[in-house]
Design a protein around this ligand. Structure first.
Ligand SMILES: Cc1ncc(COP(=O)(O)O)c(C=O)c1O
Length: 393
């Protein structure tokens, strides 16, 4: 007689998976889609992706490659032409020289995190992240058995991860690495050149890995973003074609790693997914020549940002983190609620505006925060203000 899995006391899934939370923004998206299926109109301020298409040059390049028909594997680390072009991007944009061999092309920055975390950290090691912060950091770390250590951001520190906070956390219980992002999701707040340099210096001194998520670079509204590589050649930098380059669905990104990590990461990439998608690599290479088109998209975000920063305070949404870059407003809505999930549900049902509850980004303070994305149209922003004006009280 064969034994069932219940007899063998086999858990259905690995126990650590219980610690991997769902992404509330995606739950809001499903609720919004259900409302639309019922015939109601919804303004989408919840999704963190550009509404603009991939640049024309990228689409043309992909079409031409598709017509040739042979869509095969590439080297696990990516096509050498793309790796060279990315290395040149660092020289052109930041004046930083990096060898193309240190560039690893990945299936979105999401895969970049998995490669980086697996190659840098062992299970049980501790990595500092921020609250608020991008929820997948915590969830990927948990899935890999690595312990996320939350650094709560404060207004006094300008809502950024500081070298002082890292030293304090490390003194309480040793860390193995830190994960910083600038501009940030959910807020768009940036870590300036000096503060970024201090983070790099602190990591070197304490012997910690410095992982820098630079996915929103290019989308800044004042000072340009600095790369961690400018002050720390040993930093592991994560980037993507999803945001500035408007290519979310193409699933293509990159990481820059120290030379000694290239071969271990190559072995991981070969085994995890063989190679990043060929068509997306061809398109990504062409996207570097679409600056004019992409700057026009960014100019539209800048107009949306200026409009919302002017109008939201007039309807009672006045407390927000600095919106230096990216395309989000992270607003403190404590005067309306301490239940951001319930609030966003009611806002969707009654006002027809979808936004992401802060609890996605911060398990504690997020109960009184809401994230609004302004990556959509100007009309979406105007309609949001018009609908919320009657609804908020
Ligand atoms: C801060 C941050 N990092 C990484 C990602 C993942 O992006 P992708 O896998 O599309 O490159 C996102 C997506 O929203 C993000 O906001």
């Amino acid at each position: 007689m064969t034994k069932s899995s219940a007899d063998l006391h086999q858990p259905l899934v690995a126990r650590r998976m219980e610690r991997v939370a769902s992404f509330l923004a995606m739950d809001v998206l499903s609720a919004a889609a259900a409302k639309e299926r019922r015939g109601d109109s919804v303004i989408h301020m919840e999704v963190g992706q550009p509404s603009a298409p991939a640049p024309r040059a990228a689409r043309e390049a992909a079409k031409a490659a598709l017509d040739l028909g042979r869509i095969g594997y590439t080297e696990a680390l990516g096509m050498s032409a793309l790796r060279e072009r990315i290395a040149r991007h660092y020289k052109d944009t930041y004046g930083v020289s990096i060898a193309p061999e240190r560039v690893v092309v990945t299936t979105g920055s999401s895969a970049g995190f998995v490669l980086a975390f697996l190659s840098l950290f062992d299970p049980g090691q501790r990595v500092a992240i921020t609250a608020p912060g991008y929820p997948a950091y915590r969830n990927i770390l948990e899935a890999l058995g690595i312990e996320p250590v939350t650094i709560p951001l404060t207004k006094a520190d300008g809502w950024i991860m500081t070298a002082r906070a890292i030293e304090k956390a490390h003194a309480e219980k040793p860390l193995h690495g830190i994960l910083a992002m600038s501009p940030a999701n959910p807020s768009g707040t940036m870590i300036g050149r000096k503060a970024l340099g201090e983070l790099g210096e602190t990591c070197r001194r304490l012997g910690l890995w410095f992982v820098s998520d630079e996915i929103y670079h290019g989308l800044t509204y004042g000072e340009a973003a600095s790369t961690a590589l400018a002050s720390d050649d040993d930093a592991v930098v994560i980037n993507s074609f999803s945001k500035y380059y408007c290519m979310t669905g193409w699933r293509i990104g990159w990481i820059v790693v120290p030379e000694r990590l290239v071969r271990p990461i190559e072995r991981l990439a070969q085994n995890l997914y063989i190679s990043p998608p060929y068509l997306s690599q061809v398109a990504a290479l062409a996207a570097f020549d679409a600056t004019e088109e992409l700057e026009a998209v960014k100019a539209a975000y800048a107009r949306n940002r200026a409009y919302l920063l002017e109008e939201l305070p007039k309807i009672g949404i006045a407390e927000m983190h600095p919106v230096d870059g990216a395309f989000y407003i992270y607003a403190d809505i404590a005067r309306f609620t301490n239940d951001s999930i319930g609030f966003s549900k009611r806002m969707l049902e009654e006002a027809g505006v979808a936004a992401t509850p802060g609890l996605d980004f911060d398990p504690i303070e997020g109960s009184h925060y809401l994230r609004l994305s302004f990556a959509g149209s100007e009309n979406d922003c105007r309609e949001t203000v018009a609908r919320l004006k009657g609804w908020l009280r």
